[in-house]
Design a protein around this ligand. Structure first.
Ligand code: SAH
Length: 300
C-alpha cells in the first residue's frame, strides 16, 4: 500500500493531539507496517488453516512455503488484502492474516520457558508502562516478554534487557527483529544482580531466578512512584522478593496468579475445556516510595 505523505504518529496511534517526537523516516517505516491492509514483500504473514495449524511466514519473492497441504507460492501473497485466502498447490485454502504481537510471542524460537500472553497482559497493565516509557528487564531468555514491552513503549520509549547467558541473546535478537521491534530494545549480556546501569526508569520487570537480589538496584534505578514487577514460578522466590521489597521502601506490594480457562463453545455443548495450564507463575507488583521504611510495615 502506498503511504501518504501526511502520515504521522497521530494516524498510527489514533491519539488526537499526540505530539510524539520521533524521526519522520522511522515513523513512516513503522506506520507502513502497522497500517498496511495489503501484504508487502519482506513482512511476515500468518497463514491460517485452522486454529491448530497456523504458520508465521516471511513473504519473499520467488520462494515457496511447503505444508502437508501442498505448497504456497509466496509471490501470490504480495499485494493480497489481509483477510483474503490463498490456495496451495493441492487446492487447500489458507487465510492470510496480519500477525499480532501474540503470534510473534507464541511462534518465537524458544531457548527458555517464556512468559505467556495471559501473564504478559497483567504485567503490562500493572506496570503502568506505555509509549515513551524507559524499562529495564531481566532475563531476556527467548525475548517473549521483551517483545511485548517493546511493543508497548514504542515509538519513543526503550527497553534495556539484561541476560546472563550470552548464547540466549542471539535467538532472542532474531525473535525481536522478526517482530519488527529491534529499534526499541537494547540487549545486554550482563548479570543484573550486580547492578542496573540505567537510571530514571519507569519500570523494572524481572523473570529470573533471584529477583530479590535485584530489588535494591531497582530502587535506585527507578523514578519515584514507578513500578517493580517480578514473575516467579515458585512461592519461595515470591516470598523472598516481597520481603526484599518491604525492606527497600517499596509499597503497594501485591502478588497475583492468573488462571485462564478456555471455554469450549458449541450449541448445546458449551462448557469449560477439560484441560488447562494450571500454573505458570506468581506475579508481584510494587511501587517505589520515598520514605516508607520497614518500620511502617510493622505498624500497619
Ligand atoms: N522472560 C523471558 C524468559 C526468561 S527465562 C521470555 O519471556 O522469553 C529466565 C532467564 O533469566 C534465563 O535466560 C536466564 O539465563 C536469565 N537470568 C538468570 N539470572 C540472571 C541474572 N542474574 N541476570 C540476567 N539474566 C539472568
Amino acid at each position: 500500500m502506498p503511504i501518504s505523505k501526511d502520515l504521522n504518529w497521530f494516524n498510527v496511534y489514533g491519539i488526537p493531539g499526540s505530539t510524539l517526537n520521533i524521526p519522520n523516516a522511522h515513523a513512516l517505516r513503522l506506520s507502513e507496517t502497522l497500517l498496511s491492509q495489503r501484504v508487502i514483500e519482506g513482512e511476515y504473514v500468518l497463514l491460517y488453516l485452522d486454529q491448530r495449524r497456523t504458520y508465521l511466514v516471511k513473504v519473499e519473492a520467488g520462494k515457496n512455503f511447503h505444508t502437508h497441504k501442498g505448497f504456497i507460492k509466496l509471490d501470490d501473497l504480495i499485494g493480497k488484502e489481509y483477510g483474503s485466502t490463498v490456495e496451495s498447490s493441492l487446492g487447500v485454502q489458507f487465510t492470510v492474516l496480519k500477525p499480532l504481537l501474540r503470534d510473534y510471542i507464541i511462534k518465537s524460537v524458544r531457548r527458555t520457558q517464556i512468559v505467556y500472553p495471559k501473564d504478559i497482559a497483567l504485567i503490562i497493565v500493572y506496570s503502568g508502562i506505555g509509549p515513551g516509557s524507559r524499562v529495564v528487564e531481566a532475563g531476556t531468555g527467548t525475548g517473549a516478554l521483551t517483545m511485548a514491552l517493546a511493543h508497548f513503549v514504542r515509538p519513543n520509549g526503550h527497553v534495556y534487557s539484561y541476560e546472563i547467558r550470552g548464547e540466549f541473546l542471539e535467538t532472542a535478537e532474531k525473535n525481536i527483529k522478526r517482530a519488527g521491534l529491534a529499534d526499541f530494545v537494547e540487549l545486554k549480556n550482563k548479570d543484573i544482580t550486580v547492578g542496573i546501569d540505567e537510571t530514571d526508569l519507569d519500570a523494572v520487570i524481572l523473570d529470573m531466578a533471584t529477583p530479590w537480589l535485584v530489588v535494591p538496584h531497582a530502587y535506585r534505578a527507578l523514578k519515584p512512584c514507578r513500578t517493580f514487577v517480578s514473575f516467579s514460578p515458585t512461592i519461595d522466590q515470591t516470598v523472598k522478593t516481597v520481603e526484599a521489597l518491604k525492606e527497600n521502601n517499596f509499597i503497594d506490594i501485591e502478588t497475583v496468579e492468573c488462571l485462564v480457562r478456555g471455554i469450549q463453545t458449541e450449541k448445546g455443548k458449551t462448557r469449560p475445556q477439560t484441560l488447562m495450564t494450571a500454573h505458570t507463575g506468581y506475579i508481584t507488583f510494587a511501587r517505589k516510595a520515598l520514605n516508607h521504611t520497614i518500620a511502617n510495615y510493622s505498624k500497619q
